[in-house]
Design a protein around this ligand. Structure first.
Ligand SMILES: NC(=O)c1ccc[n+]([C@@H]2O[C@H](COP(=O)([O-])OP(=O)(O)OC[C@H]3O[C@@H](n4cnc5c(N)ncnc54)[C@H](O)[C@@H]3O)[C@@H](O)[C@H]2O)c1
Ligand SMILES: [Zn+2]
Length: 363
């Protein structure tokens, strides 16, 4: 049986299918065989919290005639380490995973980034299949080819751009995702609404309590993925338009880091970062304040923070913003939005205006 992918993504002169649907996990074997991604073995690297989904994936791969050794990874950002890369590569070697085989990543962005980097470097590159199981991983990290791990000195400091051979998004997996994680993914969905334009923004704005109707959610994810695919296709190596995807992330990263990666999850920091970016957009790009108000209401409805905790200091946020590896030494290189759908990169609002926007988040 062959299935039409929901989308075909192109990057680096190659293309790969993005399959999206309810109950797709059981078809992993067929889809991997169809894409000719593994000759003999597919190493299933999974988050310990989704062992049940990984087992379904492995069974399906075995039915298609592949060996499918499983390897569980402890949940959490701490697993994005070079020590884990070594552990996984050695497990692959001991299990006879070879150059023409593949790695299948089952989990959220942590697993996707980690297993993706293993796929890029093990035997100088093996096949890679992303099976994202968080909303954030579906709309963001599984697409675009950025892989990597953290160093104590900084997040995502070691990595590679390495495109998958296929992406399989099974929306049924979202049923077990904790509500807080669903909300975090939705912060990125709101970002896509702003970046894509009024039409997608309105769909996002009228979204009911998460997860909402399954078919509709799949369609919303498809639209976010389509936006990212288009941007990555135009700028795989992140030299230009891809930077627009950082809307809300300059201040957002600063907040996340200043709060010690503890008080706020990524999506929560991005919720605040988006509001700051829209405030700055009003001041230097002429954005109608109506958009910030509408965005604030969406974020609130999905239990995302719209007020900054007083325990997180403005000076700390500013300091940590400067250390973002994407930020230039002198200017901040922010993304601003004169209108939904028309992001502009390389804006430099100046430190003072950024400070004011952060202070205004305290409400
Ligand atoms: N490569 C990229 O382009 C890119 C883009 C954005 C983010 N990222 C990275 O992604 C990571 C964050 O990803 P995330 O938000 O998916 O977090 P995550 O991978 O840590 O997953 C969040 C939590 O949900 C659990 N979980 C995952 N799927 C589940 C399911 N279906 N049911 C129940 N529990 C489940 C995990 O065990 C974890 O506790 C960060 O490391 C970030 O740097 C990468
Ligand atoms: Zn993000």
């Amino acid at each position: 049986m062959s299935r039409e992918p929901a989308l075909t993504a192109e990057a680096g002169g190659r293309s790969y299918p993005v399959h999206l649907g309810d109950g797709l996990l059981a078809a992993t074997g067929e889809l991997v065989a169809e894409a000719k991604l593994a000759a003999d073995a597919a190493l299933v690297i999974h988050d310990a919290n989704v062992a049940n989904y990984a087992a379904t994936v492995a069974t399906s791969l075995e039915r298609s005639g592949l060996r499918a050794p499983l390897l569980s990874v402890a949940p959490g950002e701490a697993s994005k380490s070079l020590a884990e890369v070594e552990r996984i590569c050695r497990h692959a070697a001991r299990n006879g995973v070879r150059r023409r085989d593949a790695v299948v990543a089952v989990g959220g962005g942590v697993i996707g980034d980690l297993a993706g980097f293993v796929a890029a470097s093990y035997q100088r590159g093996v096949g890679l299949v992303h099976v994202p199981t968080t909303l954030l991983a579906m709309v963001d990290s599984a697409i675009g080819g950025k892989t990597g791990v953290d160093l104590p000195e900084g997040k995502n400091y070691v990595g590679a751009v390495y495109q998958p051979g296929a992406v399989l998004m099974d929306t049924a997996t979202l049923a077990s995702l904790p509500p807080r994680e669903l909300s975090c993914g939705f912060a990125e969905v709101v970002k896509y609404g702003l970046l894509d334009g009024e039409e997608l923004f309105s769909v996002v704005e009228s979204w009911p309590e998460l997860p909402g109707p399954a078919d509709d959610l799949a369609d919303l994810i498809r639209r976010c993925v389509a936006h990212k695919v288009g941007v990555v296709q135009a700028d795989e190596m992140d030299l230009g338009v891809r930077a627009t995807l950082n809307l809300g992330h300059t201040v957002g990263h600063g907040i996340e880091a200043a709060a010690g990666y503890a008080r706020y999850h990524h999506g929560e920091a991005i919720s605040l970062g988006l509001l700051a970016a829209l405030r700055i957009s009003e001041r230097i790009a002429g954005l109608d304040p109506e958009w910030r108000e509408r965005t604030r209401r969406i974020l609130e409805r999905h239990r995302l923070p719209v007020r900054l905790d007083s325990a997180v200091g403005t000076a700390d946020i500013e300091d940590r913003m400067g250390r973002d590896k994407k930020a230039d030494a002198v200017s901040l290189n922010m993304v601003v939005l004169p209108r939904p759908g028309e992001p502009q990169t390389n804006a430099d609002p100046g430190r003072e205006m950024v400070r004011e926007a952060i202070e205004e988040l305290r409400g």
